[in-house]
Design a protein around this ligand. Structure first.
Ligand SMILES: NC(=O)c1ccc[n+]([C@@H]2O[C@H](COP(=O)([O-])OP(=O)(O)OC[C@H]3O[C@@H](n4cnc5c(N)ncnc54)[C@H](OP(=O)(O)O)[C@@H]3O)[C@@H](O)[C@H]2O)c1
Length: 249
């Protein structure tokens, strides 16, 4: 899919839920999805950040978005079921689900890793996407050409602890889901993007003191997010793409 240039309106008539939509990749991808015609549901834990993204979409003339404040750390299956019910009643459909929110947690050795932070990171990075997916499956199935996309990070080196372990789990979750759902009458395409290190708040926080300004901008990876959310990626299923759209696995 290299050199993908989405056509105007490629996401028109789609409703897409984005987690971690208030900052970093989630904020830029949400604005971009809206600029290509999608109605976006902005989920995150900091309302002021979500409102800023909302305002920017509205002032750019995009379809009216929705804000859904939720802290993935404390949310349980019922919270996600309620979210799916609200989207069904207010918007009538859900064509895309982007699991993007993330918490890096501690950057330390496994030997020294704090058990409570380990639980927190696994909850936000892995268990929350599992529960949210489960709650949204019926709604996705009843919507046209549905997609689930995960933001992943293929980081396997020392000190990345629970974040790295959770992302490995996310990739396996994606592959299992893609396999389970591919035989259905209404196929739900399930894929992941590993954008590589980008100049984002998460990377800046993770490398204090390092000049991250030379890293690729978030914008470089956005066409891949659009591609996997659009009907242009029909037939691509169970794959991990890099930020340029190359299939890694
Ligand atoms: N940046 C990169 O270079 C890179 C590389 C590979 C993969 N990724 C993946 O891309 C995704 C986005 O990364 P990013 O760099 O944009 O990260 P980011 O700038 O740290 O943004 C993460 C977002 O997740 C939200 N979030 C965190 N904990 C949450 C919780 N408990 N409940 C609800 N929302 C929560 C944050 O909300 P607040 O703003 O309120 O804190 C924030 O909006 C992640 O899945 C990451 O693993 C990023």
């Amino acid at each position: 899919m290299q050199n993908y240039h989405p056509i105007a309106g490629v996401l028109r008539d789609k409703v897409i839920l984005i987690t971690g939509a208030g900052d970093g990749i989630g904020a830029k991808v949400s604005k971009s999805f809206a600029s290509y015609g999608a109605t976006v549901v902005l989920l995150g834990r900091t309302i002021a950040k979500l409102e800023r993204v909302y305002d920017e979409i509205v002032s750019a003339g995009g379809p009216q978005p929705a804000i859904y404040p939720l802290n993935l750390e404390g949310a349980g299956l019922r919270d996600y079921q309620e979210l799916a019910t609200v989207i069904r009643s207010e918007l009538g459909q859900l064509n895309g689900l982007l699991h993007n929110a993330a918490l890096v947690g501690d950057l330390t050795s496994i030997e020294l890793y704090d058990a409570a932070v380990w639980q927190q990171a696994l909850q936000i990075n892995l268990t929350a996407p599992f529960l949210l997916t489960q709650a949204c499956l019926d709604l996705l199935r009843s919507s046209s050409n549905p997609r689930i996309v995960f933001s992943t990070h293929q980081i396997k080196s020392a000190y990345w602890g629970a974040y790295s372990v959770a992302k490995a789990g996310v990739e396996r979750l994606m592959q299992i889901l893609a396999d389970e759902l591919s035989g259905e009458h209404q196929i739900i395409h399930v894929n992941a993007i590993a954008p590589g290190d980008l100049c984002s708040p998460l990377i800046k926080r993770s490398f204090p003191g390092k000049d991250t300004s030379r890293l690729p901008a978030i914008e470089n990876a956005i066409p891949t997010y659009i591609y996997l959310m659009s009907n242009d990626s029909d037939g691509v299923n169970g794959k991990i793409l890099d930020g340029q759209g190359n299939i890694l696995e």
